[in-house]
Design a protein around this ligand. Structure first.
Ligand code: ZN
Length: 53
């Protein structure tokens, strides 16, 4: 069980989903918060973490 959280972190921690078109973007949370990340499809700047809860 100890190994899994780290893998999950790697897979989900830096992944965000565009609220407009649901494209997944991998980026650092800091960049998302600073608004430096643009969706490559719709150029939107609104993202949510890939996990809903
Ligand atoms: Zn988008």
């Amino acid at each position: 069980m100890a190994k899994i959280p780290e893998a999950m972190k790697r897979m989900f921690k830096n992944v965000f989903v565009c609220r407009n078109c649901s494209t997944k973007i991998r980026s650092e949370p800091r960049k998302i918060l600073e608004g430096k990340v643009k969706c490559r499809k719709c150029n939107g700047r609104v993202f949510r973490p890939v996990r809903k809860k």
